[in-house]
Every structure is written in C-alpha cells, then in structure tokens.
Design a protein. Structure first.
Length: 146
C-alpha cells in the first residue's frame, strides 16, 4: 500500500471511530464515549502533524482542536461526577449527572460534531509518492465546500 493510501486509510479508521464515539454520547450509560471522542481527536491530530503545510490539513487540525476544546469542560465534569460518586454526595452527583447528560446531547448538535470534516477521498489522492527523506511531501487532503 502506498504511503498516501496508508495515511488516508488510517485517517478513515480514526474518523469512523470518532463518529461512532460521538454517536455513543447519546447513550447516557456509556461512560467511555466522551473519553473515546477525545482519544480519537488526539490520534487524528497526531496523524496530521507531519502533514502540516499540506492543503486542507490545517482545516482538519483546527476542526479537531475546536472539538477538543468543546469537550474539555464536559470531560472535567465527568471526572468530577466520578469523584463525587466515591463519597456520600448523592445529591451533588445527581445534579451534575443531569447537567452532563444535557451537555452530551447538546454536543451532538454542534455542526463540527455531527459531521466531522470528511476528507481524503480516493479521487483526492495524490498520484505522486513522497520522496524518500521528504517528511512533508504534498498530499492533496482537502475538504471541498467546508
């Protein structure tokens, strides 16, 4: 498999895992969904890092960073709830659980969450392979219309 195709395939797997985790946020019993969203965002950003300067990569990285910033206070709330649950603080825990549920549901309706940028289609692949020793070879990763 060519370098370009392998990057695209890896991105697709991460994008799929991210979208599945975002969908799982609606299930109030899935305590790992938000954590998985954040893990996949970090992995996507790590995958994109060596491709800086390539068309479309900055847009993807910015979308992932924005989604990460949106989810940070929600994840903090999840951690607080878990901490409160270890103590006899049922009322405080329940109030925050209700807030967490509403934040998770609201998160699904934010445009960058409901449709993380879909990119790297087969038709957008480069026909050239990166030169050996060239870390930031041009890969046409673009999100038309986004």
């Amino acid at each position: 498999m060519a370098f370009t195709e392998s990057i695209i395939a890896h991105f697709r797997r991460l994008e799929n895992a991210l979208n599945q985790a975002l969908a799982r946020l609606q299930d109030t019993t899935d305590t790992e969904a938000l954590h998985n969203v954040r893990i996949n965002l970090r992995r996507i950003r790590s995958l994109l890092r060596p491709l800086r300067g390539t068309p479309g990569v900055a847009q993807l990285d910015n979308a992932a960073a924005s989604l990460g910033k949106l989810t940070t206070p929600i994840r903090d709330l999840e951690v607080l709830i878990a901490d409160l649950a270890r103590h006899p603080l049922e009322w405080q825990t329940n109030v925050r659980k209700t807030e967490l549920q509403s934040r998770n549901l609201a998160l699904r309706h934010i445009p960058c969450c409901s449709a993380f940028p879909t990119c790297c289609t087969t038709g957008q692949k480069a026909s050239i392979e990166p030169n050996a020793g060239t870390q930031n070879a041009a890969l046409p990763i673009a999100c038309p219309g986004r």
